[in-house]
Design a protein around this ligand. Structure first.
Ligand code: NI
Length: 185
């Protein structure tokens, strides 16, 4: 099942998402549907708030990126907790399925250590770097109500203001189904 992806400007993208209690959500079906939604939109990461669910779950599949190290990195992260971030900071151009048509460099640290549960509620503590860490950091931010555009400089934000307002109104071309918070009926 393919969900509509919530666009920039929707309040659900600004809330701190809630922890999932084991057994309260069918995480297997939800994550399968989220993978389907994400693949349909050619994305590499999708967080539950982006389909209108304010809960702490995101999915990642780096297959389209052809990154040597994490080519087959496909994982569901439930109730994730970033334990620490380290290494050098680096710029990488990020985009977001909720913010179509905008790609900007964001500076983040290169390594993370994260604790999370998988769909079988097995706990993991793992380290990631490079592209994998980057996507996790971006998706984790969604659970905190943070979008990558929040990291841009004041000037960049002012330059993008009109474009972002346009996205909220549905004034943007996308080839996947979206829900626009300020679209006129
Ligand atoms: Ni995103």
């Amino acid at each position: 099942m393919i969900y509509s992806i919530v666009a920039y400007g929707d309040t659900v993208l600004r809330k701190r998402a809630k922890e999932i209690e084991e057994g309260s959500v069918d995480v297997k079906t939800l994550s399968e549907n989220m993978f389907e939604t994400m693949h349909n939109a050619s994305g590499v990461g999708l967080a539950a708030p982006q389909i209108g669910r304010s809960i702490r779950l995101f999915v990642i599949d780096t297959a389209p990126m052809e990154d040597e190290k994490y080519k087959d990195f496909k994982q569901v992260f439930i109730n994730p907790e970033i334990i620490d971030e380290s290494g050098n900071d680096w710029d990488f151009e990020e985009g977001c399925l909720s913010v179509p048509g905008i790609r900007e460099n964001v500076n983040r640290l290169e390594k993370i250590r994260i604790r999370y549960f998988d769909v079988d509620w097995k706990e993991h503590v793992e380290e990631f770097d490079g592209i994998a860490a980057r996507i996790i950091q971006h998706e984790f931010d969604h659970l905190e109500g943070i979008l990558f555009t929040d990291y841009l400089t004041g000037l960049k934000k002012r330059l993008l203001k009109g474009k972002l307002a346009g996205i909220s109104k549905g004034d943007v071309k996308v080839d996947y189904v979206m829900k626009f918070p300020k679209k006129k009926k």
